[in-house]
Design a protein around this ligand. Sequence first.
Ligand code: MGD
Ligand code: MGD
Ligand code: MO
Length: 775
Amino acid sequence: MPSKVQTPEDSKKSLPAAQPPEELTGIHLGHPSHAAAGLPAVLSSMNHVMGQAGLLRGTQAMLTINQKDGFDCPSCAWPDPDDHRAKTEFCENGAKAIAAEATTRRATPAFFKQHTVAELAAESDYWLEQQGRLVEPMLLEAGADRYRAIDWDEAFQIVAEELNALPKVDDAIFYTSGRASNEAAFVYQLFVRQFGTNNLPDCSNMCHESSGAALKANVGIGKGSVTLRDIETAETIIVAGQNPGTNHPRMLSSLQMAVRHGAKVIAVNPLKEPGLLGFKHPQEVSGMLGISTPLSSQYLQVKLNGDMALFRGIAKALLELEDERSETVLDRKFLEEKTAGSAAYLEAVRATTWEQIEEYSGIERAEIIKLAEQSASREKKLITCWAMGLTQHKNAVASIQEIAHVHLLLGAVGRPGAGLCPVRGHSNVQGDRTMGIFEKMADSFHDKLDEVFQFKSPRKHGYDVVAAIKAMHAEAGKVFIALGGNFLSATPDTEFTATALRQCRLTVHIATKLNRSHLIHGRRALILPCLGRTEVDVQRGTEQFVTVEDSMGVVHKSQGALKPAGNQLRSETAIVCGMAAATLAGRSAVPWLEWAANYDLVRDKIEAVIPGFEDFNQRVRVSGGFYLPNCAREGWFDTPSGKAEFFANPLTVHQSAPGRLLLQTLRSHDQFNTTIYGLNDRYRGIGNERRVVFLNPEDMRERGIGPVKPVNIVGHWKGEERRANGFLAIPYDTPRGTAAAYFPEANVLVPIDSIADESLTPTSKAVEISLELVE
Ligand SMILES: Nc1nc2c(c(=O)[nH]1)N[C@H]1C(S)=C(S)[C@@H](COP(=O)(O)OP(=O)(O)OC[C@H]3O[C@@H](n4cnc5c(=O)[nH]c(N)nc54)[C@H](O)[C@@H]3O)O[C@H]1N2
Ligand SMILES: Nc1nc2c(c(=O)[nH]1)N[C@H]1C(S)=C(S)[C@@H](COP(=O)(O)OP(=O)(O)OC[C@H]3O[C@@H](n4cnc5c(=O)[nH]c(N)nc54)[C@H](O)[C@@H]3O)O[C@H]1N2
Ligand SMILES: [Mo]
């Protein structure tokens, strides 16, 4: 029988806190900037690196990051240039990520002995992060109030014992965050499938799942179609729902290069984001002197969730231009030969009125026509980049398909300088998916896996993130294992998720740093400390490397250079192999421990199972790596019809109830997802505070809320209320009716049932709220 451990009826007070403390930290309010990077960025990165890692370790790390024989930056998935690579190919936020990993601080067994789990949970996420690297496997026994050190074999035995005691295999849930290497991800999914389940939720479920679902249906591959060279040679680049100044700073160099070649960059974003206005290249003298290149020639402050209407508007404007002009605006040849469904789509576009488009998008017709004319000018080299502003909405899939439709009308896919560019988040989130981290892989993948490993992999689809939380919530006694990440803080509806995790019989986290998920635990809990990307990985005397795939489908090596943070640390691959060997003892023919000692053996099997990895071990040793096949890039479409598909989706937008605001949850400049590096959001003019809510000044006036006054945020969802208390109201340039607050503090407001159609991604960019003034 699954054991019921802690119930929601247990007094909340006695349980470790699922949310960071509500205290304010003392805001310094400045002004939003007009450009990103430049000298302050360099200074900030140096501060972080030298402050955390010291001069020697810091410099050593910074000189190998993103170099062809170095390690892949663990921050974002923006690719490295194929040819013109700078000596310092990193950005301010990459530097912060390195500093966080290379830190000399340690969360030792003595530290865990000093603090109860409840005491640790009362601290802020920023404080938890500052405690440094985890160095020994830690166990929280049933009923104990603090973690204690144990050895690796004991830890693997506990995992094996709990997994094998489950009444059904589907009671085990295996989460992955997108930093795991290809090798770790491949062995992990094999372990999970040999154990017997497809319960492989991942961070992608909360991230670019909508892009994958949309593009797979449109163009036959759920990945972007462009390369870095395409970006640099495009004529028009639309950046929609993305804040590259903070989240993909190296993308700004590529945009700057494009602008210097004559490209126009168009920003589509409700907020005026400094990183989209201008760029001061930190590796150029002019940039260091503070001279910025203006980036966006047009800045469309779309309403939250107004993108589908905007792109429908672009399509409508293109059609009207085609009608007006004698020359063709649309690529008729491409439409006829390579696409299907355009007639029904074009009919839907004609039937959509300009009034509706303007109302839903909040953008005037003239501006939309201007953008359409720009997109269709000269060689129609159009690239559209997007990220979470598009993917985390109810109609995300349909919105992204509307982007694809505009590209198909212009034939702007699979041509040099043109294409679709979902900009990935985690540095290997795309690679993890390629390796089979997915709750519903295609049959072709399973067939190959079965053939190569001589077993019958389960075909029943597994849980994605939201389904996993609901399953743990509905029934006690599950086992939850996480390869990286911070499940509790990254997922929606924090208190609901906390209840779900507390009911597990075992929670296990393979991690580099302490986070809140380690403190909101099951009956028993394990923390298994792993090596980071920056560190040397030696197995049985031989130095190993891992591989990753960037946002543009380049697979390459990553090899750390720093001395590991502790001598007990194991690599992710070795930890997964250790768990698999203990759990599947006698049931698996895989030589897990041999694999843990030699990643070439794992790569040979990746080659055998996954298309595009021919001669993997040879090709990945060639400097810079190799591109995976990509049908859309190559100009053909792997859809059932063999053509790129149009879908005449009904036009939708989030309609808030009267008096309510629509809140998006986003990242500050000093965080990597749930990892809080600092308390500033420099470009937006916020110093030393995270509990802020950005509001339109008119909306504030109407509600009698003065600048920097404390408010409580009340979330509304189908008659339910969720609360996040004690936020400071900040007047900001955002459209009326919209608001913004930081993730993860605001996750408590995101309802577990509010998910995107088809992709099932939590709608983190659209939470209906009202505000209460705090007296
Ligand atoms: N330094 C740093 N780098 C990171 C991360 C990090 O946390 N820190 N996270 C990584 C990860 S996992 C990811 S997925 C990416 C995330 O990269 P982003 O997607 O840039 O991240 P967000 O902060 O969520 O920003 C969303 C942007 O979309 C806008 N937006 C919100 N709603 C809408 C909308 O309805 N329409 C439009 N057009 N825009 C909208 C917001 O104003 C904001 O500018 O970054 C990756 N890189
Ligand atoms: N409200 C709201 N929620 C969101 C989002 C949003 O915009 N708004 N964004 C969503 C998105 S896009 C994403 S991707 C998810 C992110 O969700 P996750 O990927 O689960 O969260 P992270 O904060 O990236 O994970 C950080 C933790 O990973 C561990 N870690 C760091 N490096 C390594 C490593 O090399 N190996 C291992 N094993 N562990 C490591 C550290 O312990 C660290 O505390 O959050 C989602 N949640
Ligand atoms: Mo992400």
